[in-house]
Design a binder for this molecule. Structure first.
Ligand SMILES: C[S@@+](CC[C@H](N)C(=O)[O-])C[C@H]1O[C@@H](n2cnc3c(N)ncnc32)[C@H](O)[C@@H]1O
Length: 227
């Protein structure tokens, strides 16, 4: 994403006071400007039907801002287990005047709200145990409308150098306090593919390395429309 676009979105994360904490501002500005995630997700959603998007593990809700800046009017519902991030996401969304954007604090390994539309699951799977990942992928797939997209970004366990770099960085993010939860299981391609194939989705898996050293992949599942 262009630097100016990233800066404009990050402005919503500035503190209310001039000398307040600017962590979210610098984090979002840096992430939006450097991570190939958002152009990848936008491209995947461009052909999706104009139905609501459930963003599972939404963090600060950056995707809602990116969608609006891109001109997308998809209704957005972000879910995250971190109550403080949800409060900060809501505050920034209100400040940016995002319409049809809501946020809920919930543990998605325990429950997922009713939904019929598109689903995003970005950099979340590794924080759940293996069985919970499969359960969540099943639950996400059943919430897709015909023609809708399930867009996943995840690292894949494949014992590569990129895989190791990703694991170390995730652990550091936890140790410095950015991530409240620690990664507990990295999925491999087969364990990710199995429940989505079984749910009848058409899958596309492509590397999303960009200029990063991480082993990130973009997985797009499409629920076929009835013949
Ligand atoms: C690396 S961040 C990704 C945030 C966002 N998807 C993005 O791409 O900017 C992972 C997020 O998953 C959330 N998370 C981890 N375990 C979760 C759970 N069991 N239920 C809901 N959210 C969870 C974390 O709180 C964190 O905000």
């Amino acid at each position: 994403m262009a630097r100016e676009q990233a800066r404009r979105i990050a402005t919503a994360f500035l503190p209310a006071q001039r000398l307040g904490n600017r962590r979210d501002y610098y984090y979002s500005r840096g992430k939006l400007g450097s991570d190939p995630l958002y152009p990848g997700v936008l491209a995947a959603l461009d052909e999706a039907p104009a139905l609501p998007l459930l963003d599972i593990g939404c963090g600060l809700g950056l995707l809602a801002h990116v969608l609006r800046q891109h001109g997308s009017a998809l209704a957005y519902h972000g879910l995250d287990i971190d109550a403080d991030k949800i409060v900060r996401a809501e505050r920034a969304s209100t400040r940016a005047g995002l319409s049809q954007a809501t946020f809920t604090c919930v543990d998605v390994s325990a429950t997922l709200p009713a939904h019929h539309g598109n689903v995003a699951l970005l950099d979340v799977l590794q924080y759940l145990p293996a069985a919970a990942q499969t359960q969540l992928l099943n639950a996400a797939a059943t919430r897709l409308a015909p023609g809708a997209r399930l867009v996943i970004r995840t690292t894949l366990a494949d014992h590569s150098g990129r895989d190791r770099t990703t694991r170390i960085t995730d652990m550091l993010a936890h140790l410095v306090g950015w991530m409240g939860t620690r990664p507990c299981h990295y999925p491999d391609a087969a364990s990710l593919r199995a429940p989505l194939d079984a749910a009848g989705l058409h899958l596309r898996m492509t590397p999303l390395y960009g200029n990063t050293p991480f082993n990130n992949w973009l997985i797009v599942g499409v629920r076929p429309t009835a013949a």
